[in-house]
Design a protein around this ligand. Sequence first.
Ligand SMILES: O=C(CO)[C@H](O)[C@H](O)COP(=O)(O)O
Length: 227
Amino acid sequence: MAQINPSILSADFARLAEEAKAVDGADWLHVDVMDNHFVPNLTLGVPVVEALSKATDTPLDCHLMIEDADRWAPQYVEAGAGSVTFHVEAAAAPVRLAREIRAKGARASMALRPATPIEPYEDLLPELDMLLIMTVEPGFGGQAFLDIMLPKIRRTRELISKHGLELWLQVDGGVSATTIERCAEAGADVFVAGSAVYGAEDPAEAVRALRARAEAATAGAPWACGH
Ligand SMILES: O=C(CO)[C@H](O)[C@H](O)COP(=O)(O)O
């Protein structure tokens, strides 16, 4: 089943609890943590994640776009995140970090910037619950989807199948009604959408419509069931 994770980067930060409720029915709430070092933007940190986790029943999918991921990622598990994604480019010891996230009770996920290839990390895949392929340069919502990421999504799906893994494959950036089908056909099964959800008149309906498109695009694919 396709999962849709609305990104609160496109929500009203003054009304985060209400904005979380506006997407009831979403699989996860995607929380973009930015430190103005790894990316040229600054958003929120551990205290806000802790408050948000108490304000919604939707599990939090925290995407850390921050330096020194080894130090900070475990704190997001303690703050209540159900899934924590660190960037491989910002982690000194990604295997140790993934194991620590899992040991603390959250799903461990690793992200790749657009210019980072998947192939050097094939052996790490069994250590992960999800792999995130960025389909824009991280830092801002509302950017255009990078079509050139589709072959990387396909190659990653092939590696996941080759190793018989349960790993989820997430895409983030420019995912909308016009791009989600291409992502799904290429092999993604978890879709982050910011402006396509929070820019819609009815965000909950936008989630349902995106999920229906992704599921129609992957009907029958062996990896598209069983979440
Ligand atoms: O990680 C992100 C940016 O770095 C955001 O999650 C992403 O860009 C979502 O916004 P949109 O769907 O509007 O592209």
